[in-house]
Write a protein that binds this ligand. Structure first.
Ligand code: GLC
Length: 388
């Protein structure tokens, strides 16, 4: 395929359209959403849906609205799960690993980064005018803000959207995502109802994750509730290294590997300029760590845990251990633009466009040779449109 933007735009339109799912529920509700990929991911995933809604605005803003309205329609007193099953009940081995408290659950009892209000503001309108979005934020404040400073805490690695990221290895160890002990973690959290305070009281671990809070801060600002940038700096910014790092309870003694989320606060429009410049100049633009041929890898290339591919135990996919993901690249690109690194932003956009032209809209890409990996026709990779 050519790197001509028109060709990439047409590909994005085809994939969004092809992944669109709609239907009726027994109560007559007409849902509509973009499945992350046509085969492997049939349901509505919270953050995938928000990214898809942002991409849909380039073609059909009415779909952005329907996508997010469907997410909101799943809300139960403000809680919206990580995955909503609609008319395709959870079956097969996924019943054991998904965060559901009963086999008939309509959605998981776990969350994903809550960026809905931000996506709404970009693609639909004013989120503050939507009572269900307000209720969603009330739920998050009441249930996931452990210390009352606005920052949210998560109870499992997959709640961050970054399932098997090595940043979680020292925290969950053998219970990390797609390792055998993960089943025990799910079993324990099911028993505790995915209730943050009960899980923290039972010894945790619980994590105040940087990426989750960056996206939540963008959502809060969109809603007029005040950004969390200051709290993130106070609690998660390490002046010595110039990087952001998640908080863990109980406190961790081992070092957390450096991943792209240490740079994710670049997406915050109110990040102080001197912090942003340090993130870019001391870390992002380092060709041995984050500035790789196919874009920004999900793990710094000099980390011992960095891997180009996605294979783990028994050939299972282990996500976010090095490959390039387009949603992450877009968030970093937002920061480059805002801080005036126009040349580097254009370069990153051009490399992303090249990845897509060469390998299609894949789930993620080899950070060195840009070959596509994971699923094909992956919906949020259409975020490349934001950078054209
Ligand atoms: C993988 C990703 C997660 C995503 C899901 C659906 O589990 O790690 O971020 O939401 O797939 O695409």
């Amino acid at each position: 395929m050519s790197t001509e933007p028109g060709a990439v735009r047409a590909l994005c339109a085809r994939v969004l359209e092809g992944n669109w799912r709609e239907g009726y529920m027994p109560d007559g509700f007409h849902f509509g959403y973009t499945s992350p990929s046509p085969h492997h991911y049939p349901w509505q995933w919270y953050w995938d849906s928000c990214f898809a809604a942002i991409a849909w605005r380039h073609f059909d803003p009415a779909r952005s609205r329907r996508e997010l309205e469907s997410l909101l329609a799943a809300s139960t007193e403000g809680f919206i799960g990580h995955t909503i099953f609609w008319n395709l009940p959870l079956r097969g081995p996924r019943r054991f690993t998904y965060n559901v408290t009963s086999p008939q659950a309509r959605m998981t009892s776990s969350i994903q980064p809550p960026l809905l209000a931000w996506a709404w503001s970009l693609a639909v309108g004013d989120p503050a005018a939507e009572p269900e979005i307000v209720r969603h934020h009330n739920w998050l404040e009441q249930n996931r803000d452990l210390d009352g400073d606005g920052l949210l805490w998560i109870v499992q690695p997959d709640e961050s959207g970054l399932d098997a990221s090595p940043q979680f290895d020292p925290i969950w160890r053998l219970r990390a995502h797609s390792l055998p002990g993960f089943l025990l973690l799910v079993r324990r959290n099911r028993r505790l109802g995915y209730d943050l305070r009960r899980i923290a009281a039972a010894g945790g671990p619980v994590v105040c994750d940087v990426l989750t809070n960056v996206l939540y801060s963008l959502a809060r600002s969109a809603l007029g509730r005040g950004s969390l940038t200051e709290s993130l700096i106070t609690r998660c910014y390490d002046e010595r290294t110039g990087l952001f790092q998640s908080l863990v309870r109980p406190t961790l003694r081992s070092r957390i590997p450096v991943t792209w989320t240490a740079l994710a606060p670049l997406a915050l429009p109110d990040l102080p300029e001197e912090i942003g410049r340090r993130l870019v100049e001391e870390h992002l633009l380092d060709p041995g760590r984050f500035w790789l041929p196919a874009g920004v890898p999900s793990v710094a290339a000099d980390e011992p845990s960095f891997q180009r591919g996605d294979r783990g135990l028994l050939g299972l996919h282990r996500y976010w251990r090095g490959p390039v993901w387009i949603n992450a690249v877009w968030m970093i690109w937002l920061g480059l633009k805002r801080l005036g690194y126009d040349e580097q932003a254009a370069d990153l956009a051009a490399r992303t466009l090249r990845n897509v032209s060469r390998s299609g809209l894949r789930e993620y890409y080899d950070p060195l040779d840009a070959s596509g990996m994971g699923q094909e026709d992956f919906a949020w990779s259409t975020l490349v449109l934001e950078m054209l």
